[in-house]
Design a protein around this ligand. Structure first.
Ligand SMILES: Cc1cc2nc3c(=O)[nH]c(=O)nc-3n(C[C@H](O)[C@H](O)[C@H](O)COP(=O)(O)OP(=O)(O)OC[C@H]3O[C@@H](n4cnc5c(N)ncnc54)[C@H](O)[C@@H]3O)c2cc1C
Length: 568
C-alpha cells in the first residue's frame, strides 16, 4: 500500500491536518488511518470550550494577553514564540471553523459567546453548551468527507518505519481482518492523542488514549519531551473519574469541603475556583489530606462541586451534559445536590518532540495534537488551550507534510520491519497467558496514581518505579492473547495498547525521578519550589536499543517574558 501523506489519528488534530493537506494539494494521495471510527476519537469528549481572544465579551482582551496567560499558566516552561504563534492564530482558526459550520453558542448580539476559564485573565473560552469537542469533531469529519479525504477506519498503527534519516511508512493491522501491512508514505503525521490511560481507573480519558504514537516514536528512536508533566483535572466524578468540565466553575460553581467552606480562598484568594488546574487539584487533595474532605462507604475521598445556586435554567442551558453525567454515573442531579468530585488524570503536556513546524528529527515524520510536544503548554495546560493547540498545529502539520511530500519520492525498504512485527504478533497470539490483562491494567493505574499522582516524593516514586519494572517484566513474560481469532480481535488490540501504556509509564516515571523541583502539574513534597537555575529546561528522552534511556536538556524559549512567580 502506498499513500503520499498518511495521517495517523482522526481526532481534532488528525482531521484538521487532513483538511489542510487536501486543501494544500488535491492531487496528492492523502489518507487518515485511525483505530477507532473518526467520530469516536477522544476529541469528541471535550466539553468546556476553545480559547481565542475574540474580545466578544470583554473588549479589553487581545492575543498578547492570551499569550501571557498561557506562558504564566505553563509555569514558564512553554516555548514562548510557539505560544505566541498559537494565540495569534486562534481568532483566525475559530472563524475558519465557524465558516465550516461549527455551531458555537451565541451572545444576544449574534457573536460567538465566551466564558471565563481557569488561569485566564479575560472571558475567552468559546463554547457550544458543554459539547465543544463533539461539535468540532463532527464538523471537521464532514468537511474531510466533502473534500474527499480517504479513511482507513479501524486500522491500528503498530510502528513507524524509517531509514535513520527519512520516513518510509508505518506498519499497521487492519482490525477487521487481522492482516498486518506496511503502508509506504512520503510523510507521516502522528496525531494519535494523549496517554492519560496509564492512570487506568483514575482518568477522564477514553479507553483509546493509550499513547500508541508516542510509544511508537520512542521505539523508533525519536525523542519525547517533558514526559513528567501530566495534568490532573480538579473535577472528575468520584466513582468513574469521568470529567466535569471546568466550565462548571466558569459558570459559577463552588468547591466546598466538609466544613461547608469555599476552601479555594486559602489557595487562590483572587481567582478562587478559577485558578489554574494544577493549583486547584493540589488544593482539593490538600483539603482531603488535612481531613476536610468527605469519605463514602467504599472509602473514596472527595469534595463537593456545588452548582445548585446557578439555578435549573442555567444548568440546563449551559451544562446539560454535566447534568446527564452526574445523574447517570453518580445518581445525583446537580440542580438539587452538589456533585462529589476528585482530581482525575486528564492531559499529557509531554509527548513527541517537534519544532514549531511540527517536524521531528526524522524527515517526513511530523506530529500534532496531544501526542505532540511543541511545547505550548509547558508544565501545565490552561483549559480550552488544547482544542486550540490541536487545530492550530494540525493545520501546520498538514501543510508541512504536503510540502515535504511534494519534493520527495518514496524511500526504499521497510520490509524487514514488517516481518518483525508479524513475528511479534504471531508470538503474542501463540503465547499462553498466565496473567489477566484487566488485572494488570488496574495494577498499572494503582501504581501510577499512588506513586506518580498529584503529590510526589523521591521514596514514593522509587518504590513505584520498582513495582512498575516488575509489572513490565511480568507482562513481557506472561501476558498473551486469549482470543485467537483474526477478525476484530479487540483482545489483541487491547494487549498491544497495554504494552504501549507500559512503555509510556516507564519513561514518565524515569523523567519524574530526574526533576528535583516542583513546576506546574509536577509537584514534589520534597522539592516544593520551582528551581529555574537548575531545572528550567525541557527533558528530552530517547530510548536505546537495550531499553535504557538517554536524557538530555532542551532549551526553553523565554524570549518574550521573564520567568516570574505565579500568583492567582
Ligand atoms: C473528557 C475530556 C474533556 C476535555 N475538554 C476539553 C475542553 O473543553 N477544551 C480543551 O481545549 N481541551 C479539552 N480536552 C483535551 C482535548 O480534548 C484533547 O487534548 C484533544 O482533543 C486531543 O486531540 P487529538 O486529535 O490530539 O487526539 P484524540 O482526539 O485523542 O484522537 C486520537 C486519534 O488517534 C487515533 N489513534 C490512536 N492510536 C492509534 C493507533 N495505534 N493506530 C491508529 N490510530 C490511532 C485514534 O483512533 C483517534 O482517532 C478534554 C479532554 C478530555 C479527555
Amino acid at each position: 500500500m502506498k499513500v503520499d501523506v498518511l495521517i495517523v489519528g482522526a481526532g481534532g488534530a488528525g482531521l484538521y491536518a487532513a483538511l489542510s493537506a487536501v486543501k494544500e494539494n488535491k492531487d496528492l494521495n492523502i489518507a487518515v488511518l485511525t483505530k477507532v471510527y473518526p467520530t469516536r476519537s477522544h476529541t469528541g469528549a471535550a466539553q468546556g470550550g476553545i480559547n481565542a481572544a475574540l474580545a466578544n465579551v470583554d473588549p479589553t482582551d487581545n492575543e498578547e494577553l492570551h499569550t501571557f496567560d498561557t506562558i504564566k499558566g505553563s509555569d514558564y516552561l512553554a516555548d514562548q514564540e510557539a505560544v505566541k504563534y498559537m494565540c495569534f492564530e486562534a481568532p483566525k482558526i475559530i472563524r475558519a471553523m465557524e465558516h465550516m459550520g461549527v455551531p458555537f453558542s451565541r451572545l444576544g448580539n449574534g457573536k460567538i459567546a465566551q466564558r471565563p476559564f481557569g488561569g485566564a485573565s479575560r472571558d475567552r473560552t468559546c463554547y457550544s453548551a458543554d459539547k465543544m469537542g463533539h461539535v468540532m469533531l463532527h464538523t471537521l469529519f464532514e468537511q474531510c468527507i466533502r473534500e474527499g479525504v480517504k479513511f482507513l477506519n479501524e486500522w491500528f498503527m503498530l510502528n513507524i518505519v524509517h531509514d535513520g534519516k527519512r520516513a518510509i511508512g508505518v506498519t499497521a493491522i487492519n482490525i477487521a481482518t487481522g492482516e498486518v501491512k506496511l503502508i509506504k508514505t512520503k510523510s507521516i503525521i502522528l496525531a494519535t492523542g494523549g496517554h492519560s490511560r496509564i492512570y487506568w481507573g483514575y482518568t477522564s480519558n477514553a479507553l483509546g488514549c493509550t499513547g500508541d504514537g508516542t510509544a511508537a516514536a520512542l521505539r523508533a528512536g525519536l525523542p519525547v519531551k517533558d514526559m513528567e508533566f501530566l495534568q490532573f483535572h480538579p473535577t472528575g466524578l468520584r466513582k468513574s473519574a469521568i470529567l466535569v468540565t471546568e466550565a462548571a466553575r466558569g459558570e459559577g460553581g463552588h468547591l466546598i469541603n466538609n466544613k461547608g467552606e469555599r476552601f479555594m480562598k486559602r489557595y487562590a484568594p483572587e481567582k478562587m475556583e478559577l485558578g489554574p488546574r494544577d493549583l486547584v487539584s493540589r488544593s482539593i487533595m490538600q483539603e482531603i489530606r488535612e481531613g476536610r474532605g468527605f469519605k463514602d462507604d467504599e472509602g473514596r475521598e472527595y469534595v463537593h462541586l456545588d452548582l445548585t445556586h446557578l439555578g435549573a435554567e442555567k444548568i440546563k442551558e449551559r451544562l446539560p451534559q454535566i447534568r446527564e453525567l452526574a445523574i447517570d454515573f453518580e445518581g445525583i442531579d446537580p440542580i438539587k445536590e452538589p456533585i462529589p468530585i476528585k482530581p482525575t488524570a486528564h492531559y499529557a503536556m509531554g509527548g513527541i518532540h517537534t519544532n514549531i513546524k511540527c517536524e521531528t528529527p526524522i524527515e517526513g515524520v511530523y506530529a500534532a495534537g496531544e501526542a505532540q510536544c511543541v511545547s505550548v503548554h509547558g508544565a501545565n495546560r490552561l483549559g480550552g488551550n488544547s482544542l486550540l493547540d490541536i487545530v492550530v498545529f494540525g493545520n501546520v502539520a498538514g501543510k508541512e507534510a504536503v510540502r515535504y511530500a511534494e519534493g520527495t519520492d518514496f524511500a526504499q525498504g521497510g520490509e524487514g520491519k514488517l516481518e518483525d512485527d508479524v513475528k511479534f504478533i504471531t508470538e503474542l497470539m501463540n503465547r499462553e497467558s498466565k496473567e489477566t490483562l484487566g488485572d494488570m491494567r488496574n495494577e498499572l493505574g494503582e501504581i501510577m496514581f499512588k506513586h506518580f499522582g498529584v503529590f510526589k516524593n523521591e521514596s514514593e516514586m522509587q518504590e513505584g518505579y520498582e513495582k512498575l519494572k516488575n509489572l513490565i517484566d511480568r507482562a513481557h513474560k506472561h501476558l498473551g492473547v486469549e482470543d485467537k481469532s483474526k477478525v476484530f480481535n479487540l483482545d489483541l488490540q487491547s494487549t498491544l495498547e497495554f504494552f504501549n501504556l507500559l512503555e509510556i509509564a516507564d519513561v514518565l516515571a524515569y523523567a519524574s525521578l530526574q526533576r528535583k523541583e516542583s513546576r506546574g502539574s509536577f509537584y514534589r513534597d520534597d522539592y516544593p519550589k520551582r528551581n529555574d537555575e537548575e531545572f528550567l529546561y525541557h527533558s528530552m528522552i530517547t530510548k536505546n536499543a537495550d531499553g535504557s534511556f538517554n536524557y538530555e536538556k532542551g532549551e526553553v524559549d523565554i524570549s518574550l517574558y521573564e520567568p516570574a512567580e505565579r500568583k492567582y
